[in-house]
Ligand binder design. Sequence first.
Ligand code: GN1
Ligand code: MG
Length: 364
Amino acid sequence: MNDMKKLLDIVFQFIDKDDNVKIEPLGKGHINDSYRVGTDKKEFVLQRINHNIFKNVHELQNNIYRVTSHIRAKLIDKGITDVERRVITLIPTHEGALYFKDNNGDYWRLMKFIKDSKSYEEINTDLAYRAGMAFGEFQKTLEDIGGEPLFETIPNFHNMENRLEAFRESVKANKARRLDEVADLVKEIEDRAEEMCKAERMHREGKLPKRINHCDTKVNNVLFDNDDQVICVVDLDTVMPGFVLSDFGDFIRTGANTGAEDDKNLDNVSVNLDIFEAYAKGYLKHAASFLTDTEIENLAFGAKLLTYMQTVRFFTDYINGDTYYKIAYPEHNLVRTKAQFKLLQSLEENYEKMQQIVKDASRK
Ligand code: GN1
Ligand code: MG
């Protein structure tokens, strides 16, 4: 926990000194630290950017600036009046920089806080449909961003071959001496490895394109207003080129899970097909106009892929001794791994139904 005086000093790099600033922790991210900052007049979100993970903060912030500027320009074009709520606004430092580096070498950024907004860990079908539309629209809006390609803020972020390579290295090194207890699970991962690298192979064969994706379409990254209408999507750290399967799959992984990402009770964990269907319909409403048939045919696979990928990522971190994700207790990454694997099994059991749902949704 950063002490208050230090946090205040950082806030005043961005805004004028003020005696009435209040700062409190915010959100459930596994990577960055977030705080809600309130003054008498305005509210902000302060974040410490985890630069062990985002190694080039300058390029990261530049990406977010480009992405939000592009979205903002389109909102203005459309005559939208509450633009400040519909896209994130970065606040520059007094020197005009998009981030501040403190004496400890930590990186910070400030954004406008979007008032009267909420996010959900669990949603119903109406919300899932609206979230689907929002992410479809997000991808569509960024199709023509122009200029240099966006910077890959984490190289090979959703590359399954790469993730498996890191997993196999962790198994080989067995740094935390945790392998003995998890040998069965290692086998389950390997049994599926070939199938799960399908997207990379298809891309090499020219069958699956890359497009600008959000790459962290967790259900709690959508902000809703008091009437449960979508305001905007947040957490733009990983917006970069990738397969649309990622964005589709990561929402299903988080939004269509009947349990929690780290549920200790595996009986709670399964796929909710009604949420799956509602999200697919909402997503395809906008996205059907630009997706290829191959992309649509593989959306249900995307749900399996991202759940498998997250299983592998949590598992790798557990085997390595918990160096990547924040954990709340020593076995947390193993609990997460098992919960994600249980969800994967449920997706496998329901795979044909999911494919049929996507097929039906894409016809309408
Ligand atoms: C991390 O910090 P958060 O919750 O936004 C991670 C995602 C994972 C997610 C798992 C940069 O996201 O990729 O899917 O945890 N972000 C990064 O819940 O690794
Ligand atoms: Mg994130």
